[in-house]
Write a protein that binds this ligand. Structure first.
Ligand code: 4NP
Length: 156
């Protein structure tokens, strides 16, 4: 019996990119029948959208690929950097901001693009002020990275 593993996806507002990370990973673990072994959550580095559901444009794009984004926005806390096994930042600014939340984190903190090949960019581009293609690209990048993230999480 292995202990439950946990992963936290983090972006700026916690209404576009990190809810998508949470939704895509949730779908993946359910597909593999291991949802009882993995705990998945998301948070933002700012609290501006606290309590809000995911952005409607992001939800619609995700729904077309079969993902149901149910998260409510919350701001990351110092406790998160002690309680989650793995924290995934969507871009390098998020990564820096996360590293300032706690001075002795026990979580492993990585960029989503650490799980992708060099043909992908370092940052998941923020889709908030752009057009529909930005939301599709967020999904493309997160779908490509999630299997490798899950593999790291489930390594003995
Ligand atoms: P997210 O996108 O970080 O992917 O959730 C954003 C959401 C809201 C804002 C910026 C980015 N905002 O400035 O309110």
């Amino acid at each position: 019996m292995t202990s439950k593993k946990s992963v936290l996806f983090v972006c700026l507002g916690n209404i576009c990119r990190s809810p998508t990370g949470e939704g895509v990973m949730q779908h993946l673990v359910e597909e593999q029948g291991i949802d009882s072994q993995i705990s998945i959550d998301s948070a933002g580095t700012i609290g501006y959208h606290t309590g809000h559901g995911a952005d409607e444009r992001m939800k619609a794009a995700a729904a077309k690929r079969g993902y149901d984004l149910q998260s409510r926005s919350r701001k990351i806390t110092p406790r998160d950097l002690k309680s989650f096994d793995l924290i995934i930042a969507m871009d390098r600014e998020n990564l820096q901001d996360i590293q300032h939340v706690h001075d002795s984190p026990t979580s492993t903190i990585k960029l989503l693009s650490d799980f992708l090949g060099d043909d992908w960019p370092s940052d998941v581009p923020d889709p908030y002020y752009g057009g529909p293609e930005g939301f599709e690209y967020v999904l493309d990048m997160i779908e490509a990275a999630c299997p490798a993230i899950l593999e790291e999480l489930t390594q003995p």
